[in-house]
Write a protein that binds this ligand. Structure first.
Ligand SMILES: NC(=O)C1=CN([C@@H]2O[C@H](COP(=O)(O)OP(=O)(O)OC[C@H]3O[C@@H](n4cnc5c(N)ncnc54)[C@H](O)[C@@H]3O)[C@@H](O)[C@H]2O)C=CC1
Ligand SMILES: O=C([O-])CC(=O)C(=O)O
Length: 333
């Protein structure tokens, strides 16, 4: 067994963390042979609740969990961590867009970028979940100049998982039979869930394109896209609270693939600092299809983008540029 690694989860007393901590601590993310020490950051008024979470983690009697550090101090929370799940932020309520959270949340990511810069391992892999995730990740990276920009990512894996589930239900196959669905752009209602590069393994054992399996391009461009774009809002309308179990699962999937790599021939979607690929704006955190090897992601190149796709990529890219401007104004940068 290897030495324990240090992993931080922020917003550790909140609802996503309540599912995520168990997944991480039982080995679902870093593997069954990787012991870990969990650093749990929340704000001072939540320390009582966090104490309860710490008690429950102990009561789970998880063999891989070698220590827990509950704290309200970012310096202590980020000390020596090799993986950071930045979940702690205000969630939206019914009727809000995620970008309405910018003014409440973006300052958190400035402070945490600074703390990561000073205290984290220089190879730390950062996943921003707190909304608006893409722009928060961009701001976080800007305030952590000693950590490579490619180490800052935003979560669009929940959108990818939702998209796979919609297609699997439509074609009537298990969800694991659907691959290579792309989420382009922002984790917002302008995102472009794109089935046109995907594959489905049919019950016959034959693998066909998503377009062939679905057999209805109009559905793929309308109902499918809108369902995924608005799924977060649909969950809030039903639960009166935002997605938590599925968000935790997606965060685990994202980090697991980052640490262990993507299977041959498959790609996943991650928000990463754009290099302008596919004619997208540079220097925004844009979700692209990526392949991962040796803990390094690379944008999948040369996928065909048709006129419909071009329009969708431009809309979501423009929104990210606007959010960047707003965020920089809020933090006075
Ligand atoms: N990217 C994605 O796909 C998704 C993102 N989200 C976002 O994740 C965030 C968290 O959601 P929930 O866990 O449901 O919210 P929650 O309100 O249950 O928990 C958030 C926790 O963060 C803590 N917190 C606030 N400021 C903090 C700070 N400066 N440092 C550390 N902790 C801090 C709060 O005290 C609270 O315990 C929200 O912004 C939500 O919109 C939610 C679902 C999916
Ligand atoms: O919709 C929200 O506000 C929470 C979230 O990001 C999601 O469920 O995708």
């Amino acid at each position: 067994m290897s030495e324990p690694i240090r992993v931080v989860v922020t917003g550790a007393a909140g609802q996503i963390a309540y599912s995520l901590l168990y997944m991480i601590a039982k080995g679902d993310v870093f593997g069954p042979n990787q012991p870990l020490i969990l650093h749990l950051l929340d704000i001072p008024p939540m320390m009582g609740v966090l104490e309860g979470v710490v008690m429950e983690l102990a009561d789970c009697a998880l063999p891989l969990l070698r220590g827990v550090v509950p704290t309200a101090d970012p310096a202590e929370a980020f000390k020596g961590v090799v993986a950071a799940f930045l979940v702690g932020a205000m969630p939206r309520k019914q009727g809000m867009e995620r970008k309405d959270l910018l003014s409440a949340n973006v300052k958190i990511f400035k402070v945490q970028g600074e703390a990561l810069d000073k205290h984290a391992d220089k190879n730390v892999k950062v996943l921003v979940v707190g909304n608006p995730a893409n722009t928060n990740a961009l701001i976080c990276s800007r305030f952590a100049p000693s950590i490579p920009r490619e180490n800052f990512t935003a979560m669009t894996r929940l959108d990818q998982n939702r998209a796979q589930a919609q297609i699997a239900a439509r074609v009537n196959v298990p969800v694991a039979n659907v691959n290579n669905i792309v989420i382009w752009g922002n984790h917002s209602s302008t995102q472009f869930p794109d089935g046109s590069h995907g594959q489905v393994k049919m019950d016959s054992g034959k693998t066909v394109s998503v377009r062939e399996a679905v057999g209805d391009d109009a559905w793929l461009r309308s109902i499918f896209v809108e369902t995924v774009q608005k799924r977060g809002a649909a969950v809030i309308n039903a639960r009166k609270m935002s997605s938590a179990m599925s968000a935790a699962k997606a965060a685990g999937d994202h980090m697991k693939d980052w640490f262990h790599g993507t299977p041959a021939g498959q790609f996943v979607s991650m928000g990463v600092v754009s290099d302008g690929s596919y004619g997208t704006p540079k220097d925004v955190v844009f979700s692209f299809p990526v392949v991962i090897k040796n803990k390094k992601w690379e944008i999948v190149k040369n996928l065909q983008i048709d006129d419909f796709g071009r329009k969708m990529l431009d809309i979501t890219g423009k929104e990210l540029e606007e959010e960047r401007g707003e965020a920089l104004a809020i933090i006075g940068a």
